[in-house]
Structures are given as C-alpha cells and as structure tokens.
Ligand binder design. Structure first.
Ligand SMILES: NC(=O)c1ccc[n+]([C@@H]2O[C@H](COP(=O)([O-])OP(=O)(O)OC[C@H]3O[C@@H](n4cnc5c(N)ncnc54)[C@H](OP(=O)(O)O)[C@@H]3O)[C@@H](O)[C@H]2O)c1
Length: 343
C-alpha cells in the first residue's frame, strides 16, 4: 500500500491538528491538502505538503485529488459549523472509486448524532443511556435522518457497502473536544468560546433543569491517537482497524455534567473579574433557545448546553488499547475559557 494521503479542513481545529500530527509523526508520508485560502506560514511550516486550491463545492477538483491518493482524511465542515457537506463527500467517494486498487477513507462525524437534544424528556437532566460504538452499532448505523451528521454518515456507509472490495471507510465520531489545537489557523474548540460568550451576556454561567445533563469529552491530543492508529492501519492495507459499517469510532475519555462545568467556569470567571458572581444561574429552556443565534441552526444551544451525549470508545479500546493520556477536562477548563476571555 502507498502512503499518499489527501486531507481536507486542515485550517480547522481538528483538521489542523490531524495535519500537524501526521507531518510530525510520519514525515515519510506524502500529504496533499485542500485549501481555499493558503495561510501565511503554511509553506514555512509544512514545506513538503502539496496544496490543491479549492472549496468543498469544487466537485472535480476534489474527486481528482482523491483519485490520486490511497488514503483520504476528511474533516469536513460547513461555514455554519456543522459537518454535513454532502457534495464534497460525494466527490471524495467518486474520486476514490476511480482508483483500480483499494483505498481508505477516514471521515469525521460527531456524537451530536446520538445526542438527545430533540427530545425534551432529558432536557437539563441526566439521561442514563451511554452509547457504545460496539454494542449499539446497529442502532448508530440506522439512526433517523434528523440526527446531526446522519446525512453524511449515511452516504459513507452506503458507499462502504456498495464498494466493499475497493473502498474501506472509517468514521471517527468524537464527543465534545477540549484542549488547544496545533493547526495554523483555528486552535480552539466550539464549546468554551460559546459558553463564555453566553455567560458574559447573562452575567453568570448557567444550566437548565437540574444541570445533570451530561456530555462526553476528549482532549484533542487523545483524539489524535485514534487518527494515527487509523491512518497507520490504512497505509499498511487495513491493519488491525475495522472498516466499513463496523468501522465506527467513538473517542470519549470522560464525562462532565453541565452544572459542574458551570460551577467550575463560574469560579474561574469570577476570580478573573469577568463575572460578578461565581454562582451558576438556572435558565429556562426558552432562554437557552435564544442563545447561539449566530450559528443559524435551530436548537443548537439546547444541544450544546441542555442535552446529553454520552458515549464510550469501546472499539478503539478493544483494537488499539485506547486510553486517555492528555490532561483532563478539569485541568484544561481555565485555559480553554480564558484564551477567549483575554481577546
Ligand atoms: N470541535 C468539537 O468539539 C467537535 C466535536 C465533534 C465533532 N466536530 C465536528 O467536526 C467538524 C470540524 O470541526 P472543527 O472544530 O475542526 O471545525 P473548524 O475549526 O471550523 O474547521 C473547519 C474546516 O473546514 C474548512 N471549510 C469549511 N467550509 C469549507 C468549504 N466550503 N470549502 C473548503 N473548506 C472549508 C475550513 O477552512 P477555512 O479555514 O477556509 O474556513 C476549516 O479548515 C465540525 O463540523 C464539527 O461538527 C467538532
């Protein structure tokens, strides 16, 4: 197998860290990236990485680049912040199946797919359901179309079945991610900047219900363990990784409840003089719904602050002995919050 790898989304938080991880760990790999704007320091920092100029809407550019590489690592995202750009994934698949030999596709989804934000039952309350990427795999691969990220997961899973002999797919499905990324442009995750912004507007950190709604988390560097395992497996022809419908990888390493986040953040922001109180404030579901309007995605704040999304990375543990190595969510929360606060 070759190690010609095409990556997208490399100016992003996750994709930038994936690129840096591959360049530094495997300088022998031949990497090509899709960029719509080339960051100033790109050539200096990554002199051996080839660039294809284009956007996710440039079907033939993407298909052609994919067809010239035996491994594709996607970190798709629309400008609105979700990862559901169907055109680009169709272009990647079209390009990969043009190849006469086996190729590998590592796609990025997210545990928004199993979050309970569209059902009020557990809004602001602990949902006991913890999803396993092994034991719940049949349910995960047949979730309704209304689930976040499901549209692109479905395209990939159909292609994995239709082209089983030549196209090997894996879907990496991280929970909320914390820690500083290593990319050249965006180095911050989503949750803390928006939680900080909404807390400052409200004058306090906040929670809904009784605040026990809980989400899983992973440090960006721990997530890279899974990316490395999958790409290394791909370049050796598949390795010990599982591909196709079973190739679904949660990445969670631990959990945090909204009230605990609000308490920890309240204490930090009060100590820094950013909030007048350290006490989290209980908000109604209507108030939550008025938040994060800049995302133009109905229900996004309910998803972010009042839902449960609990998962365990059983497949990565079983195949790769995956476990957390980086600092914990609680050790990082101050930095993750205050990087934004100082701007
Ligand atoms: N962060 C998390 O906690 C988390 C957790 C689970 C899943 N996810 C999912 O992972 C995806 C990536 O997250 P992220 O935080 O890394 O996102 P991000 O920092 O916003 O990065 C998005 C990347 O996609 C590129 N991009 C967007 N639209 C494009 C287009 N039309 N053409 C070409 N490139 C385009 C951006 O390039 P430009 O620099 O040119 O804009 C950037 O490189 C998200 O969709 C999210 O749903 C995130």
């Amino acid at each position: 197998m070759g190690s010609n790898i095409f990556l997208t989304g490399v100016t992003g938080y996750i994709g930038g860290t994936v690129l840096d991880t591959l360049v530094t760990t495997h300088p022998e790999y031949s990497l090509t990236v899709l960029l719509r704007t080339v960051p100033n320091e790109f050539h200096e920092r990554y002199p051996d990485v080839k660039i294809v100029k284009g956007t996710y809407d440039d079907f033939e550019t993407i298909a052609s680049a994919a067809s010239q590489n035996n491994v594709v690592v996607l970190t798709l995202s629309k400008d609105s912040g979700d990862s559901d750009h169907e055109g680009s994934i169709k272009a990647i698949i079209a390009g990969l199946v043009r190849r006469s030999s086996k190729s590998f596709l590592v796609h990025l989804s997210g545990t928004g797919i199993i979050a309970d934000w569209q059902d009020p039952t557990y809004m602001g309350k602990l949902n006991p359901k913890v999803w396993s990427d092994i034991f719940d795999i049949d349910a995960i691969t047949s979730l309704p179309d209304s689930a976040l990220h499901r549209n692109v997961d479905k395209i990939i899973q159909s292609a994995a079945v239709a082209h089983e002999d030549i196209l090997k797919t894996a879907i990496v499905c991280p929970p909320d991610i914390y820690g500083t990324g290593r990319g050249l442009v965006r180095t911050r995750s989503v949750y803390m900047p928006v939680f900080l912004e909404e807390s400052v507007k409200l004058g306090a950190t906040f929670y809904a219900g009784n605040g026990t709604n809980t989400r899983s988390w992973v440090h960006i560097e721990d997530l890279m363990i899974i990316y490395l395992e999958l790409v290394e497996a791909a370049v050796t022809g598949g390795g010990k990784a599982e591909w196709g419908l079973q190739g679904y990888y949660f990445a969670a390493t631990h959990e945090a409840a909204q009230l605990d986040i609000a308490k920890a953040a309240g204490s930090i922001l009060h100590e820094r003089g950013i909030l007048k109180t350290e006490e989290p404030r209980k908000v109604t579901s209507e108030q939550v719904n008025t938040m994060m309007k800049q995302f133009d995605y109905p229900g996004i704040a309910t998803y972010m602050f009042a839902s449960n999304s609990r998962s365990t990375a059983d497949r990565a543990k079983k195949l790769f002995g995956y476990e957390a190595k980086a600092s914990t969510f609680w050790e990082n929360i101050g930095t993750d919050l205050l990087v934004g606060a100082s701007k």
